[in-house]
Write a protein that binds this ligand. Structure first.
Ligand code: SF4
Ligand code: SF4
Ligand code: SF4
Length: 255
């Protein structure tokens, strides 16, 4: 893979967002100092949230935050794929469907009508990962995406190599920090099946892992479900897993 244009031109980056809370872009903004350094090496040519003048493309790298839940967003996603050498999903909404996937299209449309009146014509569809519509080259996981992980991924991409996913689970980072395992105390946690890279921030903060970074390679859901079922009902497990994983096979397999 190469994303260098020529010796004279810097690689071009575009940053787009679909339906989401824009928290992952706030992470980008908070990386300002690092971005100023990065900007010496790249040209950010399209970023609705960050600049006034934007170029329509084509792009070397296109970073997309959010899930495409309208036909317009799905059409734009396909156009962006066609004019980008490398397409990167940023954050759990883009990589998993994320929090917007907690409600189905039917539930979402009922809410729209309740809030905006019966005359409102809803445009929302089901919330699905970008990869359900187009090939995606790399996923930067998390809700929000981790700043160090964003920098690591962009640095690798600009060096012309594909960043490697974390090959171990959140449990590895959790145990290095030392909190007692929640599962031993019959409290839910998806750490054993979730990809590391967040330094087990939720567990260290006192809650379980909800799996916002997606599956680690070789995730053993069968074993985790067996453990969780020792102290959770099936409905409780479904509710817990649905927070980030409603659009995934793992959640559907719980039904
Ligand atoms: S992944 Fe989380 S922080 Fe990022 S846009 Fe979606 S809801 Fe917001
Ligand atoms: S299951 Fe959760 S609490 Fe236990 S080690 Fe793994 S991440 Fe930590
Ligand atoms: S601990 Fe789990 S839910 Fe929390 S950031 Fe890490 S992967 Fe996401």
């Amino acid at each position: 893979m190469t994303i260098q244009n020529t010796k004279l031109l810097k690689p071009t980056i575009a940053i787009y967002d679909f339906t989401d809370c824009e928290g992952c872009e706030v992470q980008l903004v908070s990386l300002l100092e690092d971005f100023l350094q990065l900007e010496k090496r790249v040209e950010i040519v399209n970023w609705r949230l960050g600049q006034e003048h934007n170029h329509p493309g084509p792009f070397d790298v296109c970073i997309i935050e959010g899930t495409p839940i309208t036909l317009l967003e799905q059409k734009l996603l396909k156009e962006l794929r066609a004019k980008s050498k490398v397409l990167v999903g940023l954050g759990a909404c883009a990589t998993l469907g994320g929090i917007p996937a907690i409600v189905s299209k039917k539930q979402r449309n009922a809410m729209y009508k309740k809030i905006y009146s019966e005359n409102y014509k809803p445009r929302g569809l089901d919330s699905l990962p970008l990869a359900n519509y187009v090939p995606v080259d790399y996923l930067i996981h998390g809700c929000p995406a981790d700043k160090a992980d964003i920098l690591r991924s962009l640095t690798d991409l600009l060096a012309g190599k594909m960043p490697a996913p974390f090959p171990y689970p959140v449990c590895m980072e959790c145990k290095l920090k030392g909190p007692e395992c929640r599962l031993l105390n019959q409290k839910p946690c998806l750490g054993p099946v979730s990809q590391a890279g967040c330094d087990a921030v939720c567990v260290r903060g006192g809650t379980g892992c909800y799996g916002c970074r997606g599956n680690v390679s070789g995730a053993n859901w069968t074993s985790l479900k067996k453990t969780l079922s020792q102290f959770m009902t099936h409905d409780e497990m479904k509710k817990y897993v649905s927070v980030f994983l409603s659009a995934t096979d793992e959640y559907k397999n719980l039904k």
